[in-house]
Write a protein that binds this ligand. Structure first.
Ligand code: ADP
Ligand code: MG
Length: 356
């Protein structure tokens, strides 16, 4: 028997809504690390250290030496939609910070246990407080602290059984976390980064602050990459077609790898751009005799009005970039041709050297 009445509609409990939303913002441990590290960068840190236990499911700890969090703000720190970075919608147009939606910390408190230790400039001691479901669990406790903020996320997805199971079974997120920090470390070369497993003596990412991009790449990706780097640069200032600036490093024919490493920042945001990646792969396949996959680091700067930052944090594709299709093609073509000429040059020099 089917009842004639349609199913009744009711309002979801706020705690259900929050947990669902949180599970979207924080999809896996590496998403939590990305949000925490971006917060540390937004706080003008010069040193960011990450410790991970059990692929991030047991513990993620990010410590920085940034500006810290005011005591007065601690009660609302982990509420949804609380931020120090944005006030009006129009601010989005020119926003320089990574964050602005005030959702990351809140989300972590809905799917894990969050403890914050922080101290601001001129204070004699810091404060420590734990959060659950957006709220403080107790009054902040005075504690010793050096400089900046340390955020600990424990037992991620403790209340999402299916998610936890999948993550436990899949290869753990630690390598994704190392990869993420490696990318941040070479772009933000003035910031020192480290990442280690809990209890490990050795760090898997250890990048001291430097003013040389090549040094940063060497300390993170090693000698074999560093030995084979070619500097690339190009820019355009034609308002009718494209306005952009690109600079970076690409590997030459000495570098051998099975997979492309493409580290791309657009206006200082870590993104993916499949069309650009393809365009570069094509050049390498056509130019180098042994079709080796390249290492690419590029930083592209576009006029802020061409970049739509208001895309969900889980989407890293170029859809963040609101360039018209024509524009995008012009930019990709320009980058492709500078890569091609640099690569061809270096390859000719090498062939010549081998002949003599
Ligand atoms: P958003 O980054 O979008 O503002 P978050 O939930 O990531 O939202 O963080 C909320 C607020 O907490 C930030 O706006 C910032 O003021 C503060 N905050 C978070 N992490 C740090 C940190 N490491 N150092 C200083 N302030 C922080
Ligand atoms: Mg943030």
């Amino acid at each position: 028997f089917q009842s004639k009445e349609p199913p009744r509609i009711h309002r979801l409990d706020e705690s259900v809504v929050n947990r669902i939303a949180a599970g979207e913002v924080i999809q896996r441990p590496v998403s939590a690390v990305k949000e925490l590290v971006e917060n540390s960068l937004d706080a003008h840190s010069t040193s960011i250290n990450v410790i991970v236990k059990d692929g991030g499911l047991k513990l993620i700890q990010v410590s920085d030496d940034g500006h810290g969090i005011s005591y007065e703000d601690l009660p609302i720190l982990c509420e949804r939609h609380t931020t120090s970075k944005l006030s009006t919608f129009e601010d989005l147009q020119s926003i320089k910070s990574m964050g602005f939606r005030g959702e990351a910390l809140a989300s972590m408190t809905y799917v894990g246990h969050v403890t914050v230790t922080t101290i601001t400039k001129g204070q004699l001691h810091g404060y420590r407080v734990s959060y659950r479901d957006g709220a403080m669990e107790h009054e902040p406790k005075a504690c010793a602290a050096v400089k900046g903020t340390q955020i600990m996320v424990e037992n991620l997805f403790y209340n999402m059984i299916a998610r936890r199971k999948t993550l436990q079974n899949s290869a753990d997120d630690y390598s994704k976390i190392v990869d993420l920090l490696s990318r941040f470390a070479i772009h933000h070369m003035h910031v020192g980064f480290s990442c280690r497993k809990h209890g490990a003596a050795r760090a898997d990412v250890h990048a001291v602050a430097t003013s040389s991009r090549a040094d940063a790449i060497r300390s993170v990706y090693g000698m074999s990459v560093a030995r084979s780097l070619i500097k690339v640069e190009t820019s355009d200032n034609d308002p009718s077609s494209s306005v952009f600036k690109m600079d970076g490093f690409i590997s030459d024919s000495n570098y051998v790898a099975k997979k492309i490493t493409m580290v791309l920042f657009i206006n200082d945001r870590l993104v993916e751009c499949t069309p650009l990646k393809r365009a570069i792969e094509i050049v390498y396949a056509a130019t180098l005799p042994k079709a080796s996959k390249p290492f690419i680091y590029m930083s592209v700067i576009l006029p802020p009005e061409q970049v739509d930052v208001n895309v969900h944090p889980t989407k890293r594709e170029l859809c963040r970039i609101k360039v018209s299709l024509l524009n995008q093609e012009v930019i990709i073509d320009k980058i492709q041709s500078v890569v091609e000429s640099k690569l061809r040059n270096s390859n000719e020099v090498r062939t010549f050297q081998e002949q003599i």
